[in-house]
Design a binder for this molecule. Structure first.
Ligand SMILES: NC(=O)c1ccc[n+]([C@@H]2O[C@H](COP(=O)([O-])OP(=O)(O)OC[C@H]3O[C@@H](n4cnc5c(N)ncnc54)[C@H](O)[C@@H]3O)[C@@H](O)[C@H]2O)c1
Length: 313
């Protein structure tokens, strides 16, 4: 049953945290949702008032009871689970991770807008704070997920998710750049990608677009950039991909201006319709969507810009 009462954490054996991980106004990781959630559940992670303890009315850390499991699923930088979240859970409970409660990280993997994607058949990466934490996490997810992919630590699991999303960001930037280069050469990048993807090995198609959108790909890579600085490391690919991808809305506007110009028209005074606001087809998620940049850029240039979205039932 859904509840906003955190004291009910005492009634469960496992807690999964999957709260937002945005960037703040300086484009630095904002893990405050994780920290606040950690603080809210900490007083209850040593308490057991669930079915197994019902007769005893709930006790603090009772002997013989399996320690509670806390799993973080939010996408974040390596170290969030075993440093930041662990610190607030231990401080707020007076307990020790790996001893009095179990702690793990397992990234959420979803394919929004794909009706063929079923959660139970998406392999789930899991990393525990200790080997015992990992075993508990396997038991939990093994009930619902067909294939589990255990890794050696929470950090390895956090880094796995970032690799997946950085891989997308960098490859999208590559095809965005190729769109510009091939476009200047009079070559259709879509034709090229469709031909290249017939290669049965060593190639995976990515497609150009007006920029990156959604809660993950435009944001997550910069979680690593920020953390890498602590280790004196520079994430050049991430920065470059960010640069290429964020320049795409302007490229689209310039192409629009050229198209209008070829009809002896200016952007200023034109009426332009932007079709679709979400960051990809068949989803209702408009977070970070480049469509908003397009609308702003059109308005800045004097166009009357409107948008069209198909409302889902
Ligand atoms: N949406 C996706 O497809 C997707 C895929 C993979 C990973 N992720 C990651 O999962 C995490 C959550 O993303 P999302 O898109 O589900 O976010 P969301 O904005 O939909 O929020 C998730 C839930 O957190 C709740 N929440 C917000 N603030 C809270 C707080 N302070 N305390 C308790 N609950 C709170 C919200 O009510 C909501 O139910 C992010 O780290 C994201 O990067 C999302």
């Amino acid at each position: 049953m859904a509840s906003t009462d955190f004291s009910r954490v005492a009634e469960v054996e496992a807690v999964i945290i999957c709260v937002p991980t945005p960037l703040n106004k300086n484009r630095e990781p904002d893990i405050s949702y994780i920290i606040e959630t950690g603080k809210a559940i900490a007083p209850f992670i040593g308490k057991y008032e669930g079915r197994s303890m019902k007769d005893e009315g709930g006790k603090q850390n009772p002997e013989g009871t399996m320690p509670k499991l806390v799993v973080l699923e939010s996408t974040t930088y390596p170290g969030t689970t075993d440093e930041d979240l662990r610190a607030v859970l231990e401080a707020g409970s007076g307990l020790k991770a790996g001893v009095d409660f179990h702690l793990a990280f397992s990234p959420e993997r979803e394919d929004p807008g794909n009706p063929q994607s079923v959660v139970k058949s998406i392999p789930k990466v899991i990393g525990g704070f200790t080997p015992a934490c990992l075993e508990r996490t396997k038991e939990l997810y093994g009930k619902a997920i067909q294939t589990l992919v255990p890794v050696s630590s929470c950090r390895a699991a956090e880094a796995t998710k970032l690799l997946e999303n950085i891989f997308r960001s960098v490859n999208i930037a590559l095809v965005n750049e190729l769109k510009l280069v091939y476009g200047a050469m009079g070559i259709d990048v879509w034709e090229v990608i469709n031909a290249a993807k017939t290669k049965p090995f060593g190639f995976m198609p990515f497609y150009p677009g007006p920029g990156l959108g959604g809660h993950c790909i435009p944001i997550d890579p910069f979680y690593l950039t920020w953390k890498a600085r602590e280790y004196g490391q520079i994430t050049r690919f991430i920065e470059l991909a960010g640069e290429v991808n964020t320049a795409m809305p302007l490229y689209v506007i310039n192409r629009t201006a050229e198209a209008l110009n070829s009809h002896r028209k200016a952007v200023n005074g034109s009426r332009v319709l932007v079709i679709g606001l979400a960051y990809k087809p068949n989803v209702d998620d408009d977070r970070e969507s480049p469509s908003y940049h397009l609308l702003d850029l059109l308005k800045e240039r004097g166009a009357t810009a409107a948008y069209y979205v198909r409302m889902s039932r």
